[in-house]
Unconditional design. Structure first.
Length: 344
């Protein structure tokens, strides 16, 4: 089984990490089943965040007994030192540990540095001095912030979206991290659900170019976990058939498309479910369509008509997407599908 050294941290991880965001959507008992099975199968890196509601708590409950055998990475979205310390203490309590292996700043809109106004980096250094964290990481969706963070030499790890739909510049981050000995944790290897062929996603990231990357697979169902465990033993090869899948997906999803990250959402005055509605047509085409055509989903889509064009979502989208326009395009196509005027 492939092992990865996470850059200058020296942490040795199994090639597959466990992305624990979906733990907030499953029951306590189901979380126990998944986390324990993942650990028993050899997965050692578990990534969570303060903002994933009770995900940290479930990890603490089910994995604290094997704490010394695993790597815990979590994150804070705090804007300043007060929030940072509040989050860190809560995370330590929830995870039932006295030290977090990699503590990451969660998608800050800039690259925090020592002595800056936010005080975030100084707080990270203090937490490290106090032994509450071992290493300093950053997560981001902005290529600009990510590149600056890696080049700054201030961060031990970078967590960034990486999949076969990534751009050349995004993919080049892997080599940049290698050159600076920064660990690379890859999120969204399934591109927020738009990649539906897990074997293709796995085979792509299993190439020698990515031998320093630890993908964290967001796992909600036992069948998904079983699939990734099976891949650990028998990694799918990048066959001609899978290459065709990748080429087709790249052609279909080229250009600006919503990755479903949700960073634009909490402040939408019309409470539009942007992370689903702005990519609805892709979701309908690429996953079982019935779930996207229910009466609840039709109401959610029609709520796009209440968009005030305030533009807040556009300014918050790390991919520079013209979100209000994309929403309206999706609504027009959706109405045509619902009315039977077009085929899926
Ligand atoms: S532009 Fe529309 S979708 Fe975007 S935040 Fe404003 S109301 Fe919501
Ligand atoms: S519009 Fe942008 S910020 Fe909003 S969910 Fe999609 S990709 Fe994320």
């Amino acid at each position: 089984m492939d092992k990865i050294i996470l850059g200058k941290t020296g942490i040795v991880s199994d090639k597959n990490g466990f992305g624990a965001l979906p733990m907030q959507r499953v029951s306590e008992a189901q979380a126990g089943v998944l986390l324990t099975k993942a650990y028993d199968s050899g997965i050692t890196l578990f990534d969570t965040a303060r903002m994933y509601s009770d995900s940290e708590k479930k990890i603490g409950v089910h994995l604290s007994g094997v704490r010394k055998n695993i790597t815990l990475t979590t994150k804070t979205m705090a804007h300043g030192a007060d929030g940072f310390w509040r989050d860190l203490h809560t995370s330590l309590t929830m995870l039932k540990t006295d030290c977090i292996d990699v503590y990451q700043l969660h998608n800050p809109p800039f690259c925090p540095k020592p002595g800056d106004e936010s005080g975030l980096y100084d707080a990270l250094l203090e937490a490290k001095r106090e032994g509450k964290i071992r290493f300093i990481g950053i997560t981001n969706h902005s290529i600009f912030v990510a590149e600056e963070a890696v080049q700054s030499g201030l961060y031990d790890t970078l967590q960034f979206p990486l999949s076969y739909l990534s751009t050349e510049r995004e993919t080049a981050l892997v080599q940049l991290c290698k050159a600076h000995n920064v660990g690379f944790i890859a999120m969204k290897a399934l591109c927020g659900g738009l990649i539906t062929n897990a074997a293709a996603a796995y085979a792509y990231l299993n190439q020698p170019d990515f031998d320093t990357v630890v993908p964290i697979w967001g796992i909600q169902h036992e069948s998904e976990l079983d699939e990734f465990i099976a891949y650990r033993h028998n990694p799918p090869a990048l066959t001609a058939d899978l290459q065709k899948v990748i080429a087709r997906d790249r052609a279909e999803l080229a250009g600006n498309f919503c990755r479903g990250c949700g960073y634009c959402m909490p402040t939408c005055p019309a409470e539009i479910q942007i992370n689903n509605c702005a990519r609805m047509i892709q979701l309908i085409r690429r996953s079982p369509s019935a779930q996207w055509l229910t009466s609840e989903m039709q109401s959610a889509m029609r709520n796009i008509e209440n968009c005030t064009e305030c533009g807040t979502c556009r300014t918050k989208c790390p991919y520079g997407i013209d979100t209000p326009t994309l929403l309206k395009e999706n609504l027009a196509d959706y109405e045509a599908i619902v009315a039977g005027k077009t085929t899926i």
